[in-house]
Design a protein around this ligand. Structure first.
Ligand SMILES: Nc1ncnc2c1ncn2[C@@H]1O[C@H](COP(=O)(O)OP(=O)(O)OP(=O)(O)O)[C@@H](O)[C@H]1O
Ligand SMILES: [Mg+2]
Length: 374
C-alpha cells in the first residue's frame, strides 16, 4: 500500500534519515513513535510530497509518487496535523465538505456523510455544523479534524500527533473512536505519537524510530514481549508487561518439564515416581506425548499396586493451550476450582504445568524487574 524504499533525507550536510525502507499494508494502522527530532514528521510529509526525499522512492498502491500529480495525490490522502489545520473562516460544514466538493462528489451524499461523520466523532450535527472553529474547544476541533480526514474517501490518512494537546479523558475517547472508525472504514493510517500507551492502544503495528533508523517494526504485543534491544526496552519500560497481564502467556508461566508417565505403568511405579519427584500428581501421556489423563496420590494409593495407570487415571483432564494468556488461565483455574492445570500445544501434546506457585513466581520475577528498572 505505502512503501518507503531506501529513503534518504539530508538538510545541507546533515543526514536526518539514512536509508529508510518500510512496507505498510493496506487497512493497517501503523504508529510511528520515537524521540523528538528523529524524523517522524519528515517521513509523514514525504508521503504527500510536502517534503522531497534527497534520494529513494515512495510507492503508493505500487505507483512511484514522484511521477504522480501532487494535487491529485494530496486529495486522496487525509492529513491531520497537531493544530487540526481547520480553516478559521469556514464553518465546520464547509471545512468538512471542502475536499469532497472539490472532487465533484454528489452534494446530497456529501451532506449526509458530513452529518454521519460528526456523529461518529461525538459531535451533534445540529449544534456544530454551522459553527466556526474558534467557537469550538480544542478537543472538539480535534474531533472535527479527525472527521475531516475521514471525509475525503481517501484510503490513506496521515495523522501527526493529532491528540497531543488533549486532556487524557478526551484523548482516550478519541483514541477509541479512531480505532472504531479505522475498523469500520478500513483506511490505511499512519499515526505519529510520543505516547507509548497511545501506540499500544490503537496500533496494528508500531514502528520505533531513532535518528531516522527503524529500531523495531512489529505488533504491539511482540514489541512489549520481545523488545529488539535496550533502547526499545527503556522506551517501553519494563512495567508494561505487568500492566498488561494478558501479555503473559501460559508458556511464560508454566513449569516446562512436568513429571509425567505413560498409561502402561502400574500404580506401584506411579507412586514411586511421585515420591522420587516429591509431587502428588502425575500427567499421563501416550507415546506421542499427548496428554491422556492424570493421577493423584490420593486417588491411587489405596488401589491394587498392579493396576495399569491407563485403567485407573482420571480421563478428560482439563488443560489450557500454551498461548492462552494469564487472565484466561486464572479464569479456568478459578471456575473449575483447580490448583493446577496442564499446558498443551496445538496438537494436545503436554508442554508444561501451571500451578499457583508457578504463577506467583512468574509474577514476582516481573515485579523484581520492575524494582530494578525504577
Ligand atoms: N527545513 C529543515 N532544515 C533543516 N533541518 C530540518 C528541517 N526540517 C526538519 N529538520 C530537522 O530534521 C530532523 C527531523 O525532524 P522531524 O520534524 O521529522 O522530527 P520529528 O521526529 O517529527 O520530531 P518531533 O517529535 O519533535 O515532532 C530534526 O532534527 C529537525 O531539526
Ligand atoms: Mg514531528
Amino acid at each position: 500500500m505505502i512503501e518507503f524504499k531506501n529513503i534518504v533525507k539530508k538538510y545541507r550536510t546533515k543526514t536526518i534519515i539514512n536509508s529508510f525502507s518500510l512496507d505498510i499494508e493496506a487497512g493497517q494502522l501503523v504508529v510511528f513513535i520515537g524521540p523528538s527530532g528523529c524524523g517522524k514528521t519528515t517521513l509523514l510529509k514525504m508521503i504527500n510530497k510536502l517534503i522531497q526525499p534527497t534520494s529513494g522512492k515512495i510507492y503508493v498502491n505500487g505507483k512511484d509518487i514522484s511521477t504522480m500529480n501532487t494535487i491529485e495525490l494530496r486529495r486522496n490522502i487525509g492529513y491531520v496535523i497537531q493544530n487540526t489545520g481547520l480553516f478559521p473562516h469556514m464553518s465546520i460544514k464547509e471545512n468538512l465538505e471542502l475536499i469532497p466538493k472539490l472532487k465533484g462528489e454528489d452534494p446530497e451524499a456529501i451532506a449526509k456523510k458530513t452529518e454521519e461523520l460528526l456523529e461518529t466523532v461525538g459531535l451533534n450535527p445540529k449544534e456544530y455544523l454551522h459553527r466556526y472553529p474558534n467557537e469550538l474547544s480544542g478537543g472538539q476541533q480535534q474531533r472535527v479534524g479527525v472527521a475531516r480526514a475521514f471525509s475525503t474517501n481517501s484510503d490513506i490518512i496521515l495523522m501527526d500527533e493529532p491528540f497531543s494537546a488533549l486532556d487524557p479523558v478526551t484523548r482516550s475517547s478519541l483514541q477509541d473512536e479512531l480505532f472504531q472508525m479505522q475498523k469500520e472504514f478500513n483506511k490505511t493510517i499512519i499515526f505519529v505519537t510520543h505516547d507509548m500507551d497511545e501506540a499500544i492502544k490503537i496500533a496494528d503495528k508500531i514502528c520505533i524510530l531513532k535518528d531516522g533508523d527503524i529500531l523495531q517494526y512489529d505488533s504491539p504485543e511482540n514489541i512489549l514481549k520481545n523488545p529488539a534491544n535496550h533502547f526499545v526496552e527503556d522506551f517501553i519500560g519494563k512495567r508494561r508487561v505487568w500492566n498488561n497481564p494478558e501479555l503473559l502467556l501460559a508458556e511464560d508461566i508454566m513449569i516446562a518439564h512436568p513429571v509425567k508417565i505413560t498409561g502402561k505403568r502400574n500404580v506401584l511405579q506411579a507412586i514411586e515416581i511421585m515420591k522420587d519427584h516429591k509431587v502428588d500428581s502425575l500427567m499421563v501421556t501416550n507415546k506421542n506425548n499427548i496428554l491422556i489423563g492424570l493421577v493423584t496420590l490420593k486417588g491411587i494409593q489405596l488401589l491394587n499396586r498392579n493396576d495399569a495407570i491407563e485403567d485407573v487415571m482420571e480421563q478428560n483432564v482439563l488443560s489450557v493451550s500454551q498461548d492462552a494468556n494469564l487472565i484466561s488461565v486464572l479464569t479456568t483455574m478459578n471456575e473449575h476450582k483447580i490448583g493446577y492445570v496442564p499446558v498443551v500445544n496445538y496438537m494436545n501434546q503436554l508442554t508444561g504445568l501451571i500451578t499457583r506457585s508457578s504463577i506467583l513466581s512468574a509474577l514476582s520475577s516481573q515485579l523484581i524487574d520492575l524494582e530494578v528498572a525504577f
